[in-house]
Design a protein around this ligand. Structure first.
Ligand code: G3H
Ligand code: 13P
Ligand code: ZN
Length: 309
């Protein structure tokens, strides 16, 4: 089974009202933990690589590790570039065998975002690769306190329709209140479901993507801190909100921070309880298992994609 694109996965997810998990990968243990969970859950899977991850592990290593995961399990896997910031990195990943790339032109004005995205779409589609783009800004913790600020930051539904039509992009990441990292909301967590509803009703059947979708479970923050961590009070997206988004046409949900927390908590715990241990396999093994448990939980209880591979 070779790498696949997300086209069929998204069609099924949209119709089945669930989302496919897109998990960030940086090393072998993370890839193995995620893939083991997908295998046990019989879930569709997107493994995504950021520019930072590519730099850390070197492009060849990550691609070969993902190929090894496919050889080992026979699972259909999408290999996706996360947050490609220019044409060159998208081209490099397409030439390198990725089946999906994200061109993130969200920081640019509308017309420039369209132009950049269209250039990537033209190059990718000629080579059978699918493209995700982003429109709107993922709000930071201080942003979007009132309605007019929200309108300036969040994705405009009319613009989303025009953007999709003019670029021919295959999926679109939108801003409705999520953000990256462990500190997403100052007060009560809130997503703009009205806006999501409007966008999905104006783009029926079209796959919408949600970034910044970690829930930052309190118990993992506490576990990190119990074993020497100093993570201040963090706040993620409640899992029931993600479930709701998945039922409303969000086909891909990006999760990285929760995996980082799960792995770090387990490594901290192991080393703290076994201070004389210095064999990396002894602490990376539990780290891998923690990733597996976290991903299985997301697939089964949040994304709704267990049993859908
Ligand atoms: O959205 C970004 C992902 O969490 C990847 O983060 O750039 O630190 O690899 P990174
Ligand atoms: P989190 O930081 O919420 O895990 O989001 C990850 C993400 O959006 C990767 O593109
Ligand atoms: Zn993201």
């Amino acid at each position: 089974m070779p790498l696949v694109t997300s086209e069929e996965m998204f069609k099924k997810a949209y119709e089945g009202k669930y989302a496919v998990g897109a998990f960030n990968v940086n090393n072998m243990e993370i890839i193995q933990g995620i893939v083991e969970a997908a295998l046990e859950e019989k879930a569709p899977l997107i493994l995504q690589v950021s520019a930072g991850a590519r730099k850390y592990a070197k492009p060849t290593y990550l691609r070969k590790l993902v190929e090894a995961a496919i050889d080992d399990t026979g699972l259909p896997i999408v290999l996706h570039l996360d947050h490609g910031e220019d044409f060159e990195i998208c081209k490099s990943c397409i030439d390198d065998g990725f089946t999906s790339v994200m061109i993130d032109g969200s920081k640019y004005p509308f017309e420039k975002n369209i132009e950049l995205t269209k250039r990537v779409v033209d190059y990718a589609h000629e080579r059978g690769v699918v493209v995700e783009a982003e429109l709107g800004r993922l709000a930071g913790i201080e942003d979007a306190v009132n309605v007019s600020e929200r309108d300036a930051i969040f994705t405009d539904p009319d613009e989303a329709v025009e953007f999709v039509e003019r670029t021919g992009v295959d999926s679109l990441a939108i801003a409705i209140g999520t953000s990256h990292g462990a500190y997403k909301f100052k007060g009560e967590p809130k997503l703009d479901f009205e806006r999501l509803e409007k966008i999905t009703s104006m783009l029926p059947g079209f796959p919408i993507v949600l970034h910044g979708a970690s829930s930052v479970p309190k118990e993992f923050v506490e576990l990190c801190n119990k074993y020497g961590g100093q993570i201040p009070g963090a706040q993620g997206v409640p899992e029931n909100m993600l479930r709701k988004a998945a039922e409303m046409g969000v086909c891909k949900i990006n999760i990285d921070t929760d995996l980082r927390l799960a792995m770090t908590a387990s490594v901290r715990k192991y080393l703290s309880e076994n201070p004389s241990q210095f064999d990396p396999r002894k602490f990376l093994g539990p780290g891998r298992e923690a990733i597996k448990q976290m991903v299985a939980h997301k697939m089964r209880n949040v994304l709704g994609c267990s049993g859908k591979a």
